[in-house]
Write a protein that binds this ligand. Sequence first.
Ligand SMILES: Cc1cc2nc3c(=O)[nH]c(=O)nc-3n(C[C@H](O)[C@H](O)[C@H](O)COP(=O)(O)OP(=O)(O)OC[C@H]3O[C@@H](n4cnc5c(N)ncnc54)[C@H](O)[C@@H]3O)c2cc1C
Length: 387
Amino acid sequence: MNLDLTTEQSAFRDEVRAFIRERLPQDIRERLRQGYLPRKQDTVRWQRILAERGWAAPHWPRAYGGAELGQIERIILLDELQRAPAPVPQVFNINMLGPVLLKFGSERQKAWFLPRLANLDLWFCQGFSEPGAGSDLAALRTLARREGEHYVVNGQKIWTSTAHVADWMFALVRTDAQAQRHRGISFLLIDLKTPGVTVRPIRSIDGAHHLNEIFLQDVRVPVENLVGEEGQGWECARFLLANERSGIANVGACRERLAYARELAARTRRGRHRLADDPHLRHELALLDAELRALEVTNQRFLLTPSAQAAMPAFASVLKLRGTALQQQLHGLLVRLGGAGVREHVDDEDVDGIPHLVERYLFARAGSIYGGTSEIQRDLVAKTLLG
Ligand SMILES: Cc1cc2nc3c(=O)[nH]c(=O)nc-3n(C[C@H](O)[C@H](O)[C@H](O)COP(=O)(O)OP(=O)(O)OC[C@H]3O[C@@H](n4cnc5c(N)ncnc54)[C@H](O)[C@@H]3O)c2cc1C
């Protein structure tokens, strides 16, 4: 990140870099560099190392395992992790549920869940989307009927990332079918080991198993697992989605992929020439660099200008649109460079990881769907920024 940092912020960045250099396991770094997504065990191992410093949950209060970092320090940390590359703290636990519990949760919920979320003793997934309720989330139909000290939950969730390796799910459920549709929704924490929960895999275009559908049949959830008041689920969800969007530009991740593209171009030959000397490729890399710089500056304006932040969610939508498009472009370029390496290069060890570049390229297509599709983001920009 090229912000004009204060002396303290520069010192913090150096501290983060030194920490990553010393503590990030090399095998994890190398897998990510080659284009693999982090596995659960990679994220758990690294997050526990970060947790020792409070950096697993950088913006949370110290009392619950955080480091109380300010916005700029938090972004510096994220940027350095992405550039390393290292797994970022598990987003469902840290960026989504944690802040919701801090704002809406009971003291018991905070004391019990937050330290376990930070240390990844519990892995949460996000049960929002349903068949027929994605962009129009308030159309959700999963029903939670109160019976004494329990809710009895019936319904279906879909596209639930990592549910097959998760321990718990935070879910939006309908607790009042008669109320106006946004008002009848509540936010529940569901232990996935509860009888009546069935998790089924969905294979995505990259051939991998990230996604699932979840069937809930007469699942009994203790009332103490309701977050906030009954009917306050939509407010929790809006707060959660706003948090999800911070750091959404993923500038560090784009920078890391651009550096890897340059590295591949430098060590791949076509005949007697290095790909890096090809004027068309140099032009493409320079354009990507400039686009990325523009995204960085926009991101900085967003972070440093209160009026820009007040324009949320539209400003965050701009960052998501551009960040996603750049990531997709970069993954496309890497596949082309990797392919050129397979065909042209004599040294086998240089073609490591190329199938994973293809998988990552395919997975990156989903970036313009999850977290709100590009069409929805453009709609928000049109309504809020353009009037
Ligand atoms: C890889 C991946 C991981 C995901 N992980 C999770 C997860 O962990 N938990 C979870 O709850 N969900 C998850 N999702 C679901 C995701 O949030 C939804 O797919 C997304 O919100 C879109 O909803 P939908 O799929 O129902 O599409 P729809 O809402 O049916 O949209 C279909 C198409 O219509 C367009 N469209 C819809 N409404 C409008 C409109 N008003 N104006 C213009 N165009 C419109 C959309 O842009 C899209 O192109 C994930 C999705 C993917 C792809």
